[in-house]
Design a protein around this ligand. Structure first.
Ligand code: SF4
Ligand code: FES
Length: 271
């Protein structure tokens, strides 16, 4: 009898070298956890689950890590694996990384995203609410909801619609910040600014949006872009760094205009 393909695959062993830190003010350190009988078809988070099951049974504190959708949508599963945000894959989030990426005997180093604006909460979990504040500053359009107009009533050029969609794929994971030597959030903010700035519905608040979001980004303690483009190299949605130049152009134009006429105040988000 021929074994099913999934059973015939070779199980292997790795060591997870994980950053453990009980809290923001506690000292942290790397701790090694052996993981045996790892299937190449396991996701990386499932491997962490199995290690945590063992820790729980042994009455040890499980490794704290963030996750939600486990399918590359929510942007929650942020950690750095072998020195790269979201690990060695390309165009994927941590939850989409499979253990077949590694080989028997590998030591896999897992640590939280490290950036001043993302303070550590515990182990691999960081506080990325700075992104929420930037979004709340302008990442919306102020319209009455509940009576959506026909989708075809406002024509949008195909090229603009495609670009807006590219920008809208940002899942707010923060990998761009973690990869940048300056901990710059410009790829994230550029994606959010451009997504709405490319669409007709985003025009009335375009100037106010870019000014408010950039100001909030600066206040949150993110660094500046120095054109290294590590951000787009690790972005799970492969958002191109061209959006940063687009945001800079929008910002300069809005700043110039604001010298001559006051930029309209926010009327609140989407209510
Ligand atoms: S731009 Fe890419 S890396 Fe940055 S938050 Fe958005 S999805 Fe994540
Ligand atoms: S858990 Fe949602 S993107 Fe990874």
């Amino acid at each position: 009898m021929v074994a099913p393909a999934s059973v015939s695959k070779q199980l292997f062993s790795v060591t997870l070298r994980v950053w453990r830190q009980a809290g923001p003010t506690q000292p942290g350190q790397f701790v090694d956890y052996p993981a045996a009988n790892v299937s190449p078809d396991m996701s990386f988070l499932e491997c962490l689950d199995v290690v945590n099951d063992g820790l729980t049974v042994a009455n040890d504190e499980p490794i704290a890590f963030a996750h939600d959708c486990r399918e590359g949508i929510c942007g929650t599963c942020s950690c750095t694996i072998n020195g790269k945000p979201h690990g060695p894959g390309h165009g994927i989030a941590t939850c989409q990384l499979y253990m077949r990426t590694f080989k028997d005997g590998d030591i896999i180093v897992v640590e939280p995203f490290r950036a001043r604006a993302f303070p550590l909460i515990k182990d691999l979990v960081t506080d990325r609410s700075a992104f929420d504040k930037i979004q709340q500053a302008g990442g919306f359009i102020s319209v009455r909801t509940g009576a959506a107009p026909d989708a075809n009533s406002i024509p949008v050029p195909k090229e603009d619609a495609d670009l807006a969609m590219d920008a809208a794929t940002c899942i707010g994971c923060g990998a761009c910040v973690a990869a940048c030597k300056n901990a710059s959030a410009m790829l994230f903010v550029a994606a959010k600014v451009s997504h709405l700035g490319l669409l007709p519905q985003g025009q009335p608040e375009r100037d106010r949006r870019v000014l408010a979001m950039v100001q909030t980004m600066d206040e949150a303690g993110f660094g500046n872009c120095t054109n290294q483009y590590e951000c787009s190299a690790v972005c799970p949605k492969l958002i191109p760094h061209d959006f940063i130049a687009r945001m800079n152009r929008d910002y300069v134009k809005a700043l110039f205009k604001s010298q001559f006429q006051p930029v309209s105040a926010s009327t609140g988000g989407g209510a």
